[in-house]
Write a new protein. Structure first.
Length: 363
C-alpha cells in the first residue's frame, strides 16, 4: 500500500524522506508542490530529480478524496462534495468576499454531538476524517480556484466549521492545522485559521498549548437549562467550565477575543431576557458575537427567529459594548449555509429513524 504524503506535516514528511535516504530540502520541495501548487502527481514536480520521482511513484501518493460534485451559488459561494469511501461524502464551502476568501472545512463524517438544531448532527456519526481527508478539502479548493505556486492566495481564511466537531478528531485536525500554517504548506496566519468547538474543554486546553489558532465556540444558549437541551455536550462541560476554558485559551490565542456563535431559534433562545443573561455569562470573557439566523431543514422542529427579534437581541448586546454581527446567509440555494452541511452521510446509528419515530409518538 502506497504511503499518502498528505497525511504528513513538514516534520512528518521530513522524517519520511529521511527513511528514504533523502535530505530535508526534498520534503520541503514536495510539500510546496502538493499544497501551494495543488500537484496531485509526482511527475508534475519538475524540479525533483527523475530518480526521486520514480522512487515516489513506486512507494507514495498524493491521495486526495475524489470529487463527487461541485456547485456554485448565485452569490458566488462554491461547494464541493468529496468522496471519503463507504458511500460517504463530506462537504467544504468557499465563501468569497471583497476583502477575503473563506474556506469552511469538515473534520468528521457526520457528528456525534447531537446538537438538535444541526442537520449534520441529526444524521449521526460515521467516523473521523484522516489528515489527508481534512487537508484534501483545502487542496481541492485551491486547485479549483486556480492556485499555482506563484499565484496570489485566493483562500485567505480557513474555518473548521463544517461537518463534525474538530476537537473530537484532535490529532488529525492539529496535523492539518500545522500544514495550513506552515510556510511550505498554505502559509496561513494563526489569526486567519479558526477552530470552532461546541465546548470540549480538555481539548481546548490542549489546543492552547499545541496549536493556538483563533477560537470560535458554538454557544447557542445563555444558561445551562437551554444549552443542555440543544447542545447535549453541555451536560458534560457546563457553561461555568466552558467560560473558564475560554479565559485560559485567550492567554495564548492569536486574537484577543473568542467568537461566540449563536444560532437564533424562534422562542427558544432569542428573547430579550436571553440576551441580558448572555451579558452576565460572558462579562469576564473578551468576546464578539456572531448571531446566526437558523437555516431550516426538514423535520428540524425549529423555526428561524424573526428579523425583529434578531434586531432587538443584537441591539441589547451591542448597547452593552459587545461587537456583534449577524451572519449573512450565503449559499443557501445550494445547501451551503450554516447548519446545512450534511453530505451523503449514511447514518450507521439509525438516529434519524429513531428521531422520526419519536415525533410520530409525540404527535
Amino acid at each position: 500500500m502506497k504511503t499518502n504524503l498528505l497525511n504528513y506535516d513538514l516534520a512528518g514528511l521530513t522524517a519520511h524522506f529521511a527513511q528514504m535516504g533523502e535530505k530535508p530540502f526534498r520534503a520541503r520541495q514536495v510539500m510546496r508542490w502538493m499544497h501551494q501548487g495543488a500537484a496531485g502527481d509526482f511527475d508534475e514536480m519538475t524540479d525533483l530529480a527523475k530518480s526521486l520521482r520514480a522512487k515516489l511513484n513506486e512507494s507514495a501518493q498524493v491521495g486526495v478524496p475524489a470529487l463527487m460534485a461541485a456547485q456554485e451559488s448565485r452569490d458566488g459561494t462554491r461547494k464541493w462534495l468529496l468522496d471519503v469511501g463507504t458511500g460517504n461524502g463530506v462537504e467544504t464551502v468557499f465563501i468569497p468576499e471583497t476583502d477575503r476568501g473563506t474556506l469552511c472545512i469538515s473534520s468528521q463524517v457526520g457528528c456525534a454531538l447531537e446538537c438538535t438544531f444541526c442537520s449534520t448532527g441529526r444524521q449521526g456519526f460515521n467516523r473521523n476524517l484522516s489528515t489527508a481527508e481534512i487537508i484534501g478539502q483545502l487542496w481541492w479548493a485551491n486547485k479549483a480556484l486556480g492556485a499555482t505556486p506563484k499565484d496570489e492566495r485566493v483562500i485567505s481564511n480557513v474555518v473548521m466549521m463544517g461537518m463534525g466537531e474538530p476537537l473530537a478528531n484532535y490529532d488529525n485536525v492539529v496535523t492539518a492545522l500545522s500544514i495550513m500554517l506552515d510556510d511550505h504548506g498554505y502559509a496561513l496566519s494563526r489569526r486567519r485559521v479558526t477552530v470552532s468547538t461546541s465546548g470540549m474543554v480538555p481539548q481546548m486546553d490542549r489546543l492552547k498549548e499545541d496549536m493556538p489558532v483563533a477560537l470560535a465556540v458554538s454557544l447557542h444558549a445563555p444558561n445551562d437549562a437551554i444549552r443542555n437541551e440543544i447542545v447535549p455536550l453541555n451536560k458534560k462541560y457546563p457553561l461555568k467550565e466552558l467560560m473558564a476554558a475560554c479565559q485560559r485559551y485567550l492567554v495564548k490565542a492569536p486574537r484577543d477575543f473568542v467568537t461566540f456563535e449563536y444560532v437564533m431559534l424562534d422562542g427558544v433562545n432569542d428573547k430579550p431576557e436571553h440576551a441580558r443573561e448572555l451579558l452576565e455569562l460572558v462579562k469576564d470573557v473578551p468576546c464578539k458575537f456572531n448571531l446566526i439566523p437558523f437555516n431550516p431543514f426538514p423535520n428540524s422542529g425549529y423555526n428561524r427567529s424573526s428579523d425583529e427579534n434578531i434586531r432587538v437581541f443584537r441591539d441589547i448586546l451591542y448597547q452593552a459594548g459587545l461587537v456583534v454581527t449577524v451572519r449573512k446567509t450565503r449559499g443557501d440555494d445550494i445547501d451551503a449555509a450554516c447548519g446545512q452541511l450534511a453530505g451523503q452521510v449514511q447514518d450507521k446509528t439509525r438516529r434519524q429513524q429513531k428521531w422520526l419515530q419519536l415525533q410520530v409518538v409525540k404527535g
